[in-house]
Ligand binder design. Structure first.
Ligand SMILES: [Zn+2]
Length: 274
């Protein structure tokens, strides 16, 4: 166990967002004995083409819990409607309560420029909650915090209005197999729904080992371009030799609306970086 246990909170829109975007950092935190709590704000009821919404809510709650169990993380799904999440006051208050109760040192979420309206809504709610968590008269039944967490945006490839800034770059080459295992826990997604959305559902292998390898290839194709896109920042962090060799990286942008990542915070939250 670490001598000072940190708390990492990942607020995503759907069950599977946390590990898809930040599974490497979550796995590293757990391997260092830190606490990781992953939450999907929506119930995941829209993520399928033939399973009923009612079935999906229960199924995806179990899939998420199984994914979290792989690294020893708590994984919750809230009950907001999938595909129709809005950054309402009600959701903001719920997030403020969550942040005040769990007291994360580091909070990861989506950016507000993202293809999915649910992702944008979560990013907006976290941004709106960030300062409010220290205001005692807001959600007054839960004691206010004295300071914000560091909030970071999970990697994405969107470029308008601006690409994600690589403030923190992390080599996740050692965590790839764990991330893939977590993704494979979301069976209704990686073997059914996501292939359907890409029109390749007939390419999913029948055999369990083969289909896991198939998901692994898909995930690697997704994450591989990140390292080259942020090579400059990776080399600045890891040095020329190792930096050029890193194949798989997660990058994070620090929100300017919450606590700053000064040098002390960087060493405290990312002690595994050189
Ligand atoms: Zn999502």
């Amino acid at each position: 166990m670490a001598d000072h246990t940190l708390r990492l909170l990942i607020l995503g829109a759907h069950p599977d967002d946390a590990e898809f975007h930040a599974g490497g950092l979550a796995a590293i935190y757990r391997s260092l004995g830190h606490e990781v709590r992953m939450i999907s704000l929506t119930n995941g009821a829209a993520g399928h083409h033939w399973r009923s919404p009612e079935e999906l809510v229960e199924l995806r709650r179990k899939e998420a819990a199984a994914a979290g169990a792989i690294i020893g993380a708590t994984y919750l799904t809230w009950d907001h409607p999938d595909g129709e999440l809005l950054p309402t006051l009600e959701v903001r208050r719920q997030v403020i309560r969550e942040i005040r109760t769990f007291r994360p040192d580091l909070l990861l979420t989506h950016r507000t420029c993202d293809y999915h309206p649910d992702h944008r809504a979560v990013g907006q709610v976290v941004q709106d909650a960030s300062f409010m968590v220290i205001v005692p008269h807001i959600v007054s039944e839960v004691p206010a915090l004295r300071s914000d967490a560091v909030v970071a945006y999970m990697p994405d490839g969107f470029t308008k209005p601006t690409p994600l800034q690589g403030d923190v770059v992390i080599d996740v080459g050692q965590q790839i197999e764990t991330i893939v295992e977590m993704l494979c826990a979301h069976r209704s997604q990686v073997f059914e729904w996501l292939p359907y959305t890409r029109g390749i559902e007939n390419q999913v292998p029948e055999d369990e080992t083969e289909r896991r390898a198939w998901v692994r290839d898909w995930y690697l194709a997704h994450i591989r371009p990140t390292a080259d896109r942020y090579r400059k920042q990776i080399v600045a962090t890891y040095g020329e030799t190792r930096g050029q060799q890193i194949e798989y990286a997660e990058v994070y942008e620090i929100s300017e609306y919450a606590a700053p990542l000064d040098e002390a915070a960087r060493q405290r939250l990312f002690p595994f970086l050189p």
